[in-house]
Ligand binder design. Structure first.
Ligand code: AMP
Ligand code: MG
Length: 403
């Protein structure tokens, strides 16, 4: 067997990986618990919202034509025909020459077609003096203008945010149809890896990847399951993989993904299932494995946290989204490079970047360092067919997203 990885393009690897995705089941959950889930069906309100024409201001409901020519020096005088109560249907109506007092959010009385703000009016006994003209429709939200009972307010594939929860509430959805979150098992491997609560001895390092992966999985809409730290020991790795596959929909195993003496992940995946990819034209992140065991996707991530993160970003997020049905676009910013960014042709390079105003500054660091993750704002992808960018090129970078 070759000692070198035979790399394939990122797009090919992504197609293979997404081919292993199986959509999760749907379920219905209470609105209060729905944050972060992905809608499995379009949401249509049961009623028009608002259900009646509504004033957006405190003021006087009028016939707009009556206010033509109104000004501070020559106000228009209208007679007050009543007051609309909040939360009730109006008890009267407005006809030319008259008006009704109306609070913000109240039902527009029949006959009125605009509302004059209280600031431009003065009530004196039964008369109201209007000092500013209004156009038809001014200061009114019309029935169904917010959401109609005919068209979806939210689409299937939307991840539910706090804003989405508000819309679902307005639409009367106390129960929400969502996709189950995929369970993602996480294994960290390496004889040198110790738990976060340990103080590493000489030659040891703390387990970063379990938490890096767990946080990423949650941000991407999955549920992380930590299997723990496993030594570079074949039976122990086999046991951990077996446990992971039996508990989860996706398995992430970090470390041991290359072709060194201690790198057993690819062999074990090939023996227990099928090895589909070993090596991707991606930097950092070349020693990445894609395989399947019992029809479940198993991804072998490089041990270096910054490299593992690039693979999570470039591939694993799409896998989780395909399983939940999430439809989302990466959050991109544009800016001008403050220094040149070299890149080898034939591989996708991911450079961590910092953004300030219209500038994008590459953060170059050795791949073993985790500090670049903390100080960066996102990633700049240099496509495989591009040999880097000159200084002052305008580029688009993807910024870290915390959802
Ligand atoms: P490997 O891919 O196993 O050759 O590991 C590459 C580098 O990543 C080594 O320096 C490892 O010590 C480091 N590494 C592997 N796993 C982890 C982890 N879970 N947390 C932090 N660093 C790790
Ligand atoms: Mg290792």
């Amino acid at each position: 067997m070759s000692r070198f990885l035979s790399v394939i393009p990122v797009d090919t690897a992504r197609t293979i990986l997404l081919g292993l995705a199986r959509k999760t089941a749907g379920k219905t959950i209470p609105l209060a618990d729905s944050l972060g889930y992905v809608l499995s069906a379009d949401i249509i309100s049961d009623i028009d919202i608002p259900g009646f024409d509504r004033s957006t201001v405190d003021g006087y409901a009028v016939c707009a034509a009556d206010t033509i020519g109104a000004g501070e020096s020559i106000p228009v005088m209208l007679s007050l025909s009543g007051r609309v109560e909040m939360g009730d249907e109006p008890s009267g109506s407005v006809s030319p020459g008259t008006c009704m007092y109306i609070p913000t959010g109240a039902f527009l009385p029949p006959g009125a077609d605009a509302v004059v703000m209280v600031e431009y009016s003065e009530e004196m006994g039964n008369d109201v003096f209007i000092s500013k003209p209004v156009a038809v429709g001014e200061n009114i939200v019309f029935r169904g203008e917010d959401f109609s009972s005919q068209k979806p307010a939210l689409h299937a594939g939307t991840r539910i945010s706090s804003r989405g929860m508000g819309v679902l509430a307005a639409c009367g959805k106390s129960e929400v149809p969502v996709s189950e979150k995929p369970l993602v098992a996480i294994i960290s491997t390496g004889n040198e890896i110790v738990s976060v609560s340990d103080v590493p001895k000489a030659g040891q390092i703390r387990d970063v990847n379990t938490y890096l992966c767990a946080g990423f999985v949650e941000e991407s809409g999955g549920i992380p399951i930590s299997i723990g730290i496993v030594r570079d020991d074949r039976p122990a790795l086999e046991d951990a993989l077996f446990k992971a596959v039996s508990q989860a929909d996706i398995v992430l195993i970090s470390g041991g993904s290359s072709k060194g003496e201690r790198d057993m992940c690819a062999d074990i995946i090939a023996e227990k299932g099928e090895l589909l990819v070993h090596g991707i034209a991606l930097s950092p992140g070349k020693p990445t494995i894609i395989g399947k065991i019992q029809d479940k996707p198993v991804i072998g991530l490089p041990g270096h946290p910054a490299s593992a993160y690039v693979v999570l970003h470039a591939l694993v997020r799409d896998l989780i989204h395909t399983m939940t049905g999430e439809v989302s676009q990466p959050v991109r910013i544009s800016g001008v490079l403050t220094s040149p960014v070299p890149s080898a042709k034939g591989r996708e390079d991911y450079i961590r970047i910092m953004q300030s105003d219209d500038n994008i500054t590459p953060v170059f660091g050795k791949s073993g360092l985790t500090n670049t993750l903390a100080m960066s704002d996102g990633l700049l992808c240099i496509p495989a067919d591009t040999e880097g960018y000159e200084k002052e090129t305008r580029v688009f970078a993807e910024i870290w997203r915390n959802s």
